[in-house]
Write a protein that binds this ligand. Structure first.
Ligand SMILES: NC(=O)c1ccc[n+]([C@@H]2O[C@H](COP(=O)([O-])OP(=O)(O)OC[C@H]3O[C@@H](n4cnc5c(N)ncnc54)[C@H](O)[C@@H]3O)[C@@H](O)[C@H]2O)c1
Length: 247
C-alpha cells in the first residue's frame, strides 16, 4: 500500500507543479479538479507516476466522500494539499464594489473546500496514526494587499484554520501547515492580463530576489512539509515569495 497524497486544483498551475514534483517520490497521487484533470494525470502517468484523477468540486461534500473512499480503498491516505482556490479569475476592485454573491463564492471555494477535505481525510489519517495537511494560503493577508478583499479574507482564514487544526489534530500525529506564496506566474495568472500588468513588475521590484516567481519555486516547500524532515512542525505558515514579506 502506497502513501497517497491528495492534491486539489491539480489540473494546472501550482497544483500541477506540486504533482510533478511529488511524482518523483514513492507516493500515490490522487489529483482533484473541476477542470480537465485526466490530461494532467495522463502526463504524470506517462512519466511512470502512480496517479489517479478525480473530477470533483471541493465545495461538494459528496464529491469529497466519493474521492476519499476510492483513494482509501487502495492506498493509505497520508497527505492532503488544499491548493484549489479562486484567485486568478477574480477582478481587482475596490473593497466597496465586491458583490456579496462573489464574496460568498470565494469563501466557499477557498475556505469551505479545504475544510470539507480535512473533514474527509482525517478519519483515515487517525487510523494510520499519521498525516500531513498543507493548506495553500497567500502572502496577501500578511501584507494587506489592496483590491481583493474577499480573496485576502479567505486566505487569512486559511492561515487561521491551519493554526487551530494543528492544535486539534496534533494528538493524532497529524501536522497542518500553510504555504504562503507570493505573486506567482501560474497558468491561471498568465491568462489574466490585468493581474500580470498590475502585479508582475511591482511584485518583482518588492522582492529581495528580483525575478518572477514561478510555480516551481514552491514545490520544494510542499515536498518538505509532506516529508519526514517536517515531522515536528505544525501550525506554521511558510512564506515563499523571494523575500518580499518578512514574518
Ligand atoms: N498564482 C499566484 O500568484 C498565487 C499567489 C498566492 C497564492 N496562490 C494560491 O495558489 C493556489 C493555486 O493557484 P494558481 O495560481 O495555480 O491557480 P490556477 O487558477 O492556475 O489553478 C487553480 C486550479 O484550481 C481548480 N479549481 C478551482 N475551483 C475548484 C473547485 N471548486 N474544485 C476543484 N478544483 C477547483 C481550477 O480548475 C484550477 O485548475 C491557490 O490556492 C491560490 O490562491 C496563488
Amino acid at each position: 500500500m502506497k502513501k497517497a497524497i491528495v492534491i486539489t486544483g491539480a489540473a494546472r498551475g501550482i497544483g500541477f507543479a506540486f504533482a510533478q514534483r511529488l511524482a518523483a517520490q514513492d507516493y500515490h497521487l490522487a489529483l482533484v479538479d473541476v477542470g480537465d484533470i485526466d490530461a494532467a494525470a495522463s502526463r504524470l502517468a506517462a512519466g511512470g507516476a502512480s496517479v489517479s484523477a478525480y473530477r470533483g468540486d471541493v465545495t461538494k461534500a459528496d464529491d469529497w466522500k466519493t474521492i476519499i473512499d476510492d483513494v482509501a480503498a487502495q492506498h493509505a491516505v497520508y497527505g492532503l494539499v488544499n491548493n484549489a482556490a479562486l484567485f486568478a479569475s477574480l477582478q481587482v476592485q475596490a473593497f466597496d464594489t465586491v458583490d456579496p454573491t462573489e464574496w460568498m463564492k470565494v469563501m466557499e471555494v477557498n475556505t469551505l473546500g479545504p475544510y470539507l477535505g480535512v473533514r474527509e481525510v482525517v478519519p483515515h489519517m487517525r487510523q494510520h496514526g499519521q498525516g500531513r495537511i498543507v493548506n495553500v494560503a497567500s502572502t496577501s493577508p500578511l501584507k494587506g494587499v489592496t483590491g481583493m478583499l474577499h480573496y485576502v479574507a479567505s486566505k487569512g482564514a486559511v492561515i487561521a484554520m491551519t493554526r487551530s487544526l494543528a492544535r486539534e489534530l496534533g494528538a493524532h500525529g497529524i501536522t497542518v501547515n500553510a504555504l504562503a506564496p507570493g505573486f506567482t506566474l501560474s497558468d491561471g495568472i498568465m491568462t489574466n492580463t490585468e493581474h500580470v500588468e498590475l502585479f508582475r513588475d511591482i511584485g518583482k521590484a518588492g522582492r529581495a530576489l528580483k525575478r518572477d516567481q514561478q510555480p516551481d519555486d514552491l514545490v520544494g516547500t510542499v515536498a518538505f512539509l509532506l516529508g519526514k524532515d517536517a515531522a515536528f512542525m505544525t501550525g506554521q505558515t511558510l512564506v515563499v515569495d523571494g523575500g518580499s514579506t518578512f514574518v
